[in-house]
Design a protein around this ligand. Sequence first.
Ligand code: ZN
Length: 133
Amino acid sequence: MNSGVAIIASYHAHVYYEPATTREVAARLRERIGAQFRVQLGRWHDVPVGPHPGAMYQVAFEVAAFERLVPWLMLNRDGLTVLVHPNTGRPRDDHLVHALWLGGTRPLNGDTLPLSEPREEISPIVPNTAVGA
Ligand code: ZN
């Protein structure tokens, strides 16, 4: 990481929803993602956690899945806001600087994110599994 060249280990897509109104939309999207892509579906968070400003679930995926999954999300997010960020070992930059947003940006609380994390702490992706679904 001292070379100045960040290597992307994996990606996350965080799908935001409103528990009172769009949870069902988010559930349908989640099912479609799980059925069509090699991803690891994170648990539902109906209350904000970490840097995230609203309810969301995480979709973790390998670099190889990006070129199919992200364009699919562009076309199929069904009005939901999605944050896509790389995992390079620099969590604060990954979320605040290197991220892309589908459907508009939201303010993240970067104070909750470390500047760096050891590469071995970047969770490996176990595709087509759900955590606490
Ligand atoms: Zn993430």
